[in-house]
Design a protein around this ligand. Structure first.
Ligand code: NAP
Length: 246
């Protein structure tokens, strides 16, 4: 991977480029990672896989190898058929030495708390996944979730994401890697919980009605971002932004 900004470097190690994440006050820091086509689409035929290339997939793994917790919305977890995070043994050893779990648990956000409880996401995980849901969710579904996952109830109708972050922090998480999708991203943005946005610009046109990176109602105010770094490989651009206020 080549760095184009702020410095020029022919070859950089993504693990070093992405090592830093600003500390958030009283909650884990939240980094969002998304890939988007040049025309702004976040999926093609319902999933994002076709937008990616080898360098993007490698960065996806690097970001997972750094984080304490992965956060994903139920829609993405189901559409992309999420399983548990899988990392090479050497990466797991390095994480343990840093005081992290061998692989980051994945926390899935859901209002309904309805899942296929026999899916590998729940059955193949070495550590328990986390289900973040609401008190309005059916009690039987919440009880079923508790059999295979740690359950965090944050809010009544919508998941109160600030509270959810606080709960993850109370369980020791200092960093959260949000992997989408756009509906959850919108809620994170409106709650001003995004500390860094990692956007891979994929050299593809997708057209169609795929969502943008951030979906849902318009922000009350435009949020100014600052460009932190730009890397590139194989016509893919890896852009990293932070809110200007940080
Ligand atoms: N390009 C990329 O990098 C990328 C990354 C991720 C996803 N995607 C694509 O994005 C699409 C899915 O995104 P999406 O926007 O349709 O859905 P989504 O954000 O993945 O999931 C929406 C669902 O998540 C739960 N949810 C989200 N926010 C919530 C909140 N504040 N409180 C309670 N529940 C909440 C609800 O689940 P329940 O219905 O269970 O209540 C809701 O129906 C897929 O096509 C996927 O391939 C692309």
């Amino acid at each position: 991977m080549r760095m184009l900004f702020p410095d020029w470097a022919e070859a950089v190690d993504p693990a070093q480029v992405y090592a830093d994440l600003p500390r958030a006050n009283g909650r884990p820091s939240v980094r969002l990672n998304m890939i988007v086509s040049v025309d702004g689409g976040t999926s093609w035929n319902g999933v994002s896989g076709a937008l990616g290339g080898p360098a993007d997939k490698a960065l996806f793994q690097v970001l997972r190898s750094i984080t304490d917790v992965v956060l994903v919305a139920s829609g993405t977890m189901k559409a992309e058929q999420y399983g548990p995070a899988v990392l090479p043994q050497a990466t797991q050893d390095a994480r343990r030495q840093r005081g992290q779990t061998a692989v980051p648990p994945i926390a899935v956000v859901s209002r309904t708390c309805r899942f296929d409880w026999k899916a590998p996401f729940f059955t193949a995980a070495t550590g328990r996944p986390i289900v973040i849901t609401v008190s309005d969710a059916d009690a039987a579904d919440r009880a079923r979730a508790a059999e295979v996952a740690e359950v965090i109830v944050a809010g009544a109708h919508d998941v109160d994401l600030a509270r959810a972050m606080h709960e993850l922090g109370a369980r020791g998480a200092r960093t959260v890697l949000a992997e989408g999708g756009p509906t959850l991203n919108g809620d994170l943005a409106r709650a001003r919980l995004l500390d860094e946005l990692c956007v891979t610009l994929s050299p593809l046109l997708a057209s169609g009605d795929a969502k943008r990176i951030i979906a849902g109602s318009t922000l009350d105010e435009l949020e100014r971002l600052r460009l932190r770094s730009v890397c590139g490989e194989d016509d893919y651009l890896f852009l990293r932004y932070r809110p200007a206020k940080i």
